[in-house]
Write a protein that binds this ligand. Sequence first.
Ligand code: ADP
Ligand code: MG
Length: 301
Amino acid sequence: MKIGILSRNSKLYSTRRLIEACEQRGHQAVVIDALHCYMNINSDQPSIHSKGESLDDFYAIIPRIGASVTFYGCAVLRQFEMMGVFPVNESVAITRSRDKLRSMQLLSRRKVGMPITGFASKPDDIKDLLDMVGGAPVVIKLLEGTQGIGVVLAETRKAAESVIEAFLGLRVNIMVQEFIKEADGADIRCFVIGDRVIAAMKRQGAEGEFRSNLHRGGSASLVRITPEERRTAVEAAKVMGLRVAGVDLLRSNRGPLVMEVNSSPGLEGIESATGKDVAGMIIEYIEKNAKPQRTRTRGKG
Ligand code: ADP
Ligand code: MG
């Protein structure tokens, strides 16, 4: 099969591993840089070109769309869907999961456990917003943040008010969240493929750090997850409509709480923490499930 990997950089660990896994299993891998593609959108025969050539005959596409290229990356993926190519994750599901507010609303609608979370743009009553989420300590997050940057722990009410005021001055959207102290600076990354968690790792923040991000000095290790954690992760991926997802959970006194659902989860951390061939499992999933014209939405909004 000819499998396209929608990625901007063929040297990234995840992209390299996916190429390797395709070739090991006897498939042809082609890395496609979405930003270099141009498309012909018409009702007869939608097409995609890159470097003067038509991108035809793909059996499946593995989207690895970075946050900064979501808009155009998803448009290119949608075009492949209109051509009947099977996407590992559909464009609508990726767009959905990139919007944190929308994701949390969808998860709460399906009663998936999550930290009590308030959203605000220009709250006219910061005190009431804080009361709404149970008061200090709270975690305040920039909606657009990644890798732990823009995530602040405010231990007292005064600190929380000042941080919210500061963010307000910057005109950014924020999330104010109940602080899950008992998570103890750790979270669990569950790697979901289809309806199974195929690998899980625990990320522990550096000493004195409540954020477990590896980019902030956290370390990853193999972890056994409970059946409830397994169910929660699979349900969260399903609610988002993602076939492959990285679901981040916090271990709380009231069970697993979903913090984030990632549509392009990295492979390096999870493969080295668990020793599993996650890239190979993604290709295996394609072998078993991909069929032309089987996209559920075929690019529909
Ligand atoms: P980012 O998208 O930047 O990674 P996260 O929302 O994942 O932001 O937060 C970064 C880290 O901070 C998490 O991995 C977790 O360890 C910690 N954290 C985030 N929210 C909470 C919370 N409500 N309670 C306790 N720890 C949290
Ligand atoms: Mg995170």
